[in-house]
Design a protein around this ligand. Structure first.
Ligand code: SAJ
Length: 427
């Protein structure tokens, strides 16, 4: 089949590549000339394990070409961003533009698929009216489906093939057509449903995760107040066979979990008290972490403090800085007038801050703050690093390091409790 993939980002590009590898003739479309040129040179502009090799193969055998305009095809896949506006509503401008751009190329029996994450009702209320400007009728003359992506960065190629897919159709025939199409490269089960059900399923998945992380972050705040080790509590609670508390941290970043729940709040403001509270809890984490660092420094009476921050990306082992809570912590520490040194083995190319080696950042520093649990940081000899610091204030926001020794607790101003256990705010 001839497939036109509109939007060559984290989802569109790997999808286009896998479709080409499965034997389709694929045209990737993007408004960013750098993305188009890089792809045609066989060098994808995004990093993802296995992607460069596969792109080289399908570009060199001519199955994948990139261009800036939409062309005739049997299948159109829209995978453009749906960010949120400043007032926390879905910005559907890219979806509108992408839908409009393919109207002249839509034909009888074309299959239109939108993969972008969208508010419930968007395919019917926003996309279809635009597509019907072609004078073809959705469901009768051409097929319409929503097939949300549900892959995790770092494992995108594997998950695009192996995860189950949800395919919502404007009618049964559209859902079936889309299912047949996805089965050319997907090994997971492909479940068909309605358009709105598919749209809401995706949002429910991400809101579920956000709410659960918010619970962990709220538990961390409770522990902070009561001087209890939150990691110990999470570990113990998770020994219950039906409990799985997630991990607290400096907040929720990325372009999905921190964004998509707002689409539900926007659609059903009265019904989303929990989802909206979860967003606020998670969004307030960077402030709390920055205030915590400030309080520890104040308690030690350090003047002109130097703080070494480990990790800038939105989560471990990825190079993505979008919506990163660590970036927010760093900028708040800077705005408090602290001298901040930053390290991140993944973010160096795209970081607005100069990243330096850990040993250099920590030497003579007053505080060491772990913000991202990159695998490189799990292996650090924290005790040895501590010996090179001016003041050894160590704050592990990810619970990645062993609990500190009694000595470092004292430096943090905390004391062992009467029964000898550590009372620590290490969360
Ligand atoms: N985080 C915590 N505590 C946890 C887990 C995560 O603080 O216990 C933080 C992370 O550090 C990060 C944020 O939450 O800042 C989001 O991380 P994530 O791993 O939950 O999610 P993403 O955004 O990398 O990818 C998610 C995936 N969803 C789930 O794991 C439920 C992926 O499957 C989705 O397809 C993707 O969002 C998406 O595109 O929506």
């Amino acid at each position: 089949m001839r497939v036109c993939v509109i939007g060559l980002g984290y989802i569109g590009l790997p999808t286009a590549t896998l479709l080409a590898a499965a034997g389709h003739e694929v045209i990737g479309v993007d408004t960013n000339p750098i993305a188009v040129q890089a792809l045609n040179n066989g060098c994808p502009h995004i990093k993802e394990p296995g992607l460069t090799e596969l792109v080289k193969e399908v570009v060199s055998n001519g199955r994948l070409v990139a261009q800036s305009t939409v062309t005739h095809a049997d299948v159109f896949i829209v995978a453009v961003p749906t960010p949120i506006t400043d007032n926390k509503t879905a910005d559907l401008s890219y979806v509108r533009k992408a839908s409009a751009s393919l109207v002249p190329c839509l034909q009888r029996d074309s299959l239109f698929i939108i993969e972008s994450t969208i508010p419930p009702g968007c395919t019917e209320d926003v996309c279809i009216p635009i597509l019907e400007e072609s004078e073809l009728k959705a469901g009768r003359d051409f097929h319409v489906a929503h097939c949300p992506e549900r892959v995790i960065p770092g494992r995108i190629l594997h998950e695009l093939v192996n995860n189950d897919r949800i395919v919502g159709g404007v009618n049964d025939e559209s859902a079936l057509k889309a299912k047949q199409f996805y089965s050319t490269f997907v090994k997971g089960s492909i479940c068909t449903t309605g358009l709105k059900e598919a749209e809401l399923t995706k949002l429910a998945e991400n809101a579920y995760r956000d709410v659960n992380i918010a619970f962990a972050n709220e538990l961390a705040a409770i522990c902070e107040k009561l001087d209890i080790d939150v990691w110990e509590v999470v570990k113990m609670a998770n020994r219950h066979p039906r409990v799985n508390v997630l991990n607290p941290g400096p907040g929720v970043g990325g372009h999905c979990i921190a964004v998509d729940p707002w689409f539900l709040v926007e659609t059903c403001p009265e019904e989303t008290r929990l989802i909206s509270a979860a967003r606020e809890v998670n969004d307030s984490r960077p402030d709390r972490i920055a205030a915590w660092v400030e309080a520890e420094i104040a308690e030690c009476g350090v003047e002109n403090p130097v703080v070494a921050c480990l990790g800038l990306t939105y989560k471990a082992d990825v190079d993505d800085l979008r919506g990163s809570p660590s970036m927010s912590v760093v900028s708040q520490l800077l705005s408090k007038g602290f001298k901040v040194r930053v390290c991140d083995p993944y973010a160096n190319g795209n970081s607005p801050y100069k990243c330096i080696p850990v040993e250099e950042a920590v030497a003579d520093a007053d505080a060491l703050v772990l913000l991202v649990d990159h695998k490189e940081y799990l292996e650090l000899d924290v005790e040895a690093l501590k010996d090179t610091m001016r003041n050894a204030i160590i704050i592990d926001t990810k619970g990645a390091w062993e609990s500190p020794s009694t000595e470092s607790l004292k430096i943090l101003g905390l004391q062992p409790t009467s029964d000898g256990a550590m009372a620590t705010t290490f969360n």
